[in-house]
Design a binder for this molecule. Structure first.
Ligand code: PLP
Length: 361
C-alpha cells in the first residue's frame, strides 16, 4: 500500500483508523450481509448511526438539553443562504464580521436575502488578522452576528469569541470545528461542512439552539427550514447515510484520542512545528497571518517568488507530501493540518522546509 503525507485543504485526510474500520465493515455491516450504505435510512441500524452521531457531537461540544445537531446536504455554501432564509426577517439586519474569503461569500449571500451589515472586516489588511474589539461595530438588536472561526484560504483563526452582547452568535466552523474546546453554549447556531475536520464531503453539520427555532421563518421551502430537519431527526428525506456513518467514526476517534483538550494540544504542537520553521528561516518563508491570528489548521506562507513556490510544491510532492499549493485565489503555500493529520507529518514538512531553504536560499 502506498501512502502520502496529505496536506489537502478539503476534502482532506481522514484518520487512518477510521478508514480501516470503514473498510472492515464495508461489505458486511455488523452481520447484516450488506454495507451500511446499501440499507434503508429508516433501518434500525442507520437510525442508531444517526442518533449516535448527534449525541457524540453534542457531548464533545459539552452541549446538553436545548441544542440539536442535524446532518444536511449542500455544503457550508448552502448554509450561507439557509441561515438568513431562516433567521433574517425583512424588518431586521444581520451583522457579519469578515476575516477572509468564506466570510465574504457568507455576507454576499445574506445580502441577496435581506439586510446584511459589514460589522467588521480586515480586508484592508489583506485578511492577515482578526479585528480588534474596537474595530467591530454591531447593529443594535441585530438578527444575529455571523463570523468565520477559521478562514481556510488565508489561514486566519479567531482565538477568542467576539463580544456580541445578547445578539445571537452564529459561526461557520467548517475548517476548525472540534479542533479545540470552546464554550459552544455561547452560540445560537454553528455550521460546518464535514470535509475538513469531520468526515467526507457531502455532509454538513448544523448545531443549533432549539429555542431560536421558534423565531425562524416558516414561509420558505420545506427542505430549507432548519425546523424540518430538527423535527425529523435529520431523516425528513434521504440523508447522506455513508457520510454520516463516517462522521460518526471520526467522532468516536476523537473520543479515543482524548476529546477536544487532547485534540487541541496535538493541533497546537503541529502548528508550532510549522510556524517555528517559518520564523526560523531568516525571512525565507513569510507567514501570511499575523502571529496572534495564525491558524492552527491552515498554515499559509510565501517563498521569495512564485517560481520557487512552484518548485517547492513539486519537490514536496516528489518527497511524498501532497496538497501544499495555496488556494488558487491567493497563491503561495498552504499546509492544511486538520485533526486527522499527525505531528510526524508536520515534523517531516518542517524538515523539508529547512532543507529546501538551505538549497534554494
Ligand atoms: C470549505 C469551506 C466552505 C465551503 O464549504 P462547501 O462544503 O464546499 O460549501 C465554507 N466555509 C469555510 C470556512 C470553509 O473552509
Amino acid at each position: 500500500m502506498s501512502t502520502v503525507l496529505n496536506f489537502n485543504a478539503g476534502p482532506a485526510m481522514l484518520p487512518p483508523p477510521v478508514l480501516e474500520k470503514a473498510q472492515a465493515e464495508l461489505r458486511d455491516y455488523r452481520g447484516r450481509g450488506m454495507s451500511i450504505m446499501e440499507m434503508s435510512h429508516r433501518s434500525k441500524e442507520y437510525e442508531a448511526v444517526n442518533s449516535d452521531a448527534e449525541s457524540r457531537i453534542k457531548k464533545l461540544l459539552g452541549l446538553a438539553e436545548g441544542y440539536r445537531a442535524i446532518f444536511v446536504q449542500g455544503g457550508a455554501s448552502s448554509q450561507f443562504a439557509t441561515l438568513p432564509l431562516n433567521f433574517l426577517p425583512t424588518s431586521s439586519t444581520a451583522d457579519y464580521i469578515v476575516t477572509g474569503s468564506w466570510g465574504e461569500k457568507a455576507i454576499e449571500e445574506a445580502a441577496n436575502i435581506g439586510q446584511a451589515h459589514l460589522a467588521g472586516s480586515t480586508k484592508a489588511d489583506n485578511y492577515r488578522r482578526v479585528p480588534r474589539a474596537d474595530e467591530i461595530k454591531l447593529t443594535d438588536g441585530s438578527a444575529y452576528v455571523h463570523y468565520t472561526t477559521n478562514e481556510t484560504i488565508q489561514g486566519v483563526q479567531w482565538h477568542a469569541l467576539p463580544e456580541v452582547g445578547d445578539r445571537p452568535l452564529v459561526a461557520d466552523m467548517s475548517s476548525d470545528i472540534l479542533s479545540y474546546p470552546f464554550d459552544a453554549s455561547k452560540f445560537s447556531l454553528i455550521y460546518a461542512g464535514a470535509q475538513k475536520n469531520l468526515g467526507p464531503a457531502g455532509v454538513t453539520v448544523v448545531i443549533l439552539r432549539e429555542s431560536w427555532l421558534e423565531s425562524a421563518n416558516k414561509k420558505i421551502p420545506t427542505m430549507f427550514r432548519y425546523g424540518t430537519h430538527v423535527k425529523n431527526n435529520s431523516l425528513y428525506n434521504t440523508p447522506p447515510t455513508f457520510g454520516v456513518y463516517l462522521l460518526g467514526l471520526v467522532l468516536q476517534w476523537i473520543d479515543e484520542i482524548g476529546g477536544l483538550e487532547a485534540m487541541a494540544k496535538r493541533n497546537k504542537a503541529k502548528a508550532d512545528t510549522l510556524y517555528t520553521a517559518i520564523d526560523g528561516s531568516n525571512g525565507y518563508y513569510k507567514g501570511h497571518a499575523e502571529a496572534d491570528s495564525r491558524s492552527n489548521m491552515n498554515v499559509t506562507f510565501r517563498l521569495p517568488n512564485e517560481a520557487l513556490e512552484k518548485q517547492f510544491v513539486s519537490e514536496a510532492q516528489a518527497a511524498g507530501m501532497v496538497g501544499l499549493a495555496g488556494h488558487r485565489s491567493v497563491g503561495g503555500i498552504r499546509a492544511s493540518i486538520y485533526n486527522a493529520c499527525d505531528v510526524e507529518a508536520c515534523k517531516a514538512l518542517a524538515t523539508f522546509m529547512g532543507d529546501f531553504a538551505k538549497k534554494n536560499g
